[in-house]
Design a protein around this ligand. Structure first.
Ligand code: SAM
Length: 474
């Protein structure tokens, strides 16, 4: 049995199976202890987070008063650190060639049904122009794992292509990367290519189940996959995004594992994950979700998101179009700070609408609205859709970003940046109705910028955007 050591760089030590199981047992045994749950929530009011054990206990506690307190505190933390801003992004699928055997993913090598596609650099240009014409500024590039078809050189060339497309007022200013676990040297090359966040979902932290779910291909190596963020950090990438695919394993196990991973990164590198994603398993080409017995129901899923928000207050939380508009609306209140909009999960899907028999998509999405519809909906719900990419372009990454967030200084950059990038969006891409809602939001929120000089500067930038200039930032 491996000793639990959050500072170890050995997967089975910082994600110790015995620590997860004893945490689950502790939470079960104390689930009726309302006073204990209350004391954890009292402690969480210092906004410094709670441990995986404390979080597991809250998750297990079904006392209605405690559940209400969890939701209220998650909402408060969200507003304290992120205000009502929601960062917008879109996925860009480069290639679905894959040598792995992941049993939940239609990209698995044995799937002969799905159409295999890899975008050429010209096709990437066309996709990116389509994304820019929607108004996107931030992408997450996605690819299957295939050393011959999708080598690191292809990914690097694609990133370079994406950053260099200048079309009308459009620009992709931040490229996040979601590709398979790789070497320190390759992470260094990704960093040098100017990526934003390196994102890799653990899928499940349960080693035995992980190995069963990944029977073939390089991804089957649990240690290689679980230690990827350590290698990314060693390669100089200090913004990393973690997540599990809820539905593969019991949510209790992966919830604890996810928080232990965050604790490990904080303990070892002094900076926790930049983002946490909370995807739930979806139906896909040859994947039937009925074959997976660990589906997470909505009420538990909402509670999971709220407790993650409380446990790691400084970490951005991402929800994709795997979730419906209705569940996204609820999740925005519980801590989500980034969402995708107008997404396509097929390779080349922003340019070409696929017919059902030429499906190349990774999974079926639940939110089919256009970006303009999502933006209008956010504005109606009193959220500010933000197309901001300033922090990473100003070198505010890793612990520099976290320090600013923790001491509250970020509010004098984030709010003005959100407003000026929303202004760009509504000037260049919004429908008339969305534009009207956006102008009203900007007018209302400008007054909320705490620092007087920042407020005046933001007002100046907003005017200059009206007069045709672009790309200001704090
Ligand atoms: N190939 C890369 C890797 O090995 O991690 C990552 C890219 S993959 C395009 C992005 C993520 O989609 C996977 O990490 C997985 O969690 C998720 N995914 C795969 N199949 C899914 C499904 N059926 N429903 C929802 N999400 C799925």
């Amino acid at each position: 049995m491996n000793m639990y050591n959050p500072k170890s760089t050995i997967a089975t030590e910082f994600i110790s199976d015995s620590e997860i199981r004893s945490t689950m047992q502790y939470a079960r045994e104390n689930s009726g202890n309302v006073a204990l749950a209350d004391s954890i929530l009292d402690k969480a009011r210092d906004f410094k987070g709670i441990t995986h054990r404390e979080a597991a206990l809250l998750l297990e506690c079904n006392d209605p008063g405690i559940v209400q307190r969890i939701y209220a505190l998650a909402n408060e933390i969200k507003h304290r650190f992120y205000g009502n801003r929601i960062v917008m992004f879109a996925p860009l699928y480069l290639s679905n060639y894959c040598v792995n055997g992941c049993v939940y993913c239609p990209y698995h090598a044995k799937n002969k049904n799905i159409r295999r596609k890899k975008l050429t650099q010209d096709e990437i240009r066309a996709e990116v122009v389509a994304l820019q014409d929607m108004g996107h500024k931030r992408l997450a590039i996605e690819a299957g794992e295939h050393p011959l078809m999708n080598p690191i050189e292809y990914i690097l060339e694609s990133i370079n292509t994406i950053y260099n497309i200048k079309h009308k007022n459009g620009a992709i200013r931040r490229v996040n990367v979601n590709i398979a676990a790789t070497t320190v040297e390759n992470y260094r090359r990704l960093r040098d290519a100017g990526i934003g966040t390196y994102i890799l979902f653990q899928e499940t932290y349960n080693k035995e189940n992980y190995e069963a779910l990944h029977p073939t291909g390089p991804k089957k190596d649990y240690a290689w996959h679980t230690e990827a963020m350590d290698r990314a950090m060693q390669g100089g990438i200090d913004d990393v995004g973690i997540g599990v695919l809820f539905g593969l394993e019991t949510y209790r196990y992966d919830f604890v594992g996810l928080l232990m991973h965050a604790e490990h990164l904080e303990a070892t590198y002094g900076v926790g994950p930049h983002t946490i994603s909370v995807p739930r398993l979806c139906k896909a080409d040859d994947i039937d979700t009925d074959n997976f017995e660990n589906a997470v129901p909505d009420d538990i899923f909402f509670k999971i998101v709220a407790i993650i928000r409380i446990a790691v207050p400084y970490t951005g939380m991402i929800i994709s179009t795997r979730e419906s508009a209705k569940s996204r609306e609820r999740l925005l209140e519980l801590g989500i700070s980034q969402i995708s909009g107008g997404s396509r999960t097929s390779v080349g899907g922003y340019v070409t609408e696929e017919t059902p028999d030429e499906n190349s998509a990774q999974f079926d999405i639940a939110d089919h609205r256009t970006l303009d519809e999502v933006v209008a909906w956010l504005l109606d719900l009193n959220h500010i859709p933000s197309f901001c990419t300033a922090c990473y372009r100003e070198g505010r990454t890793g612990d520099r970003f976290m320090t600013l967030l923790k001491n509250g200084q970020i509010s004098n950059c984030c709010l003005p940046n959100a407003l000026i990038t929303l202004k760009e969006y509504i000037r260049d891409y919004a429908s008339p109705a969305t534009r009207e809602k956006g102008e009203a939001m900007i007018k209302r929120m400008l007054a909320d910028i705490p620092n007087e000089r920042a407020r005046a500067k933001a007002a100046e930038y907003l005017d200059r955007i009206d007069n045709g200039e672009r790309d200001f930032r704090f």
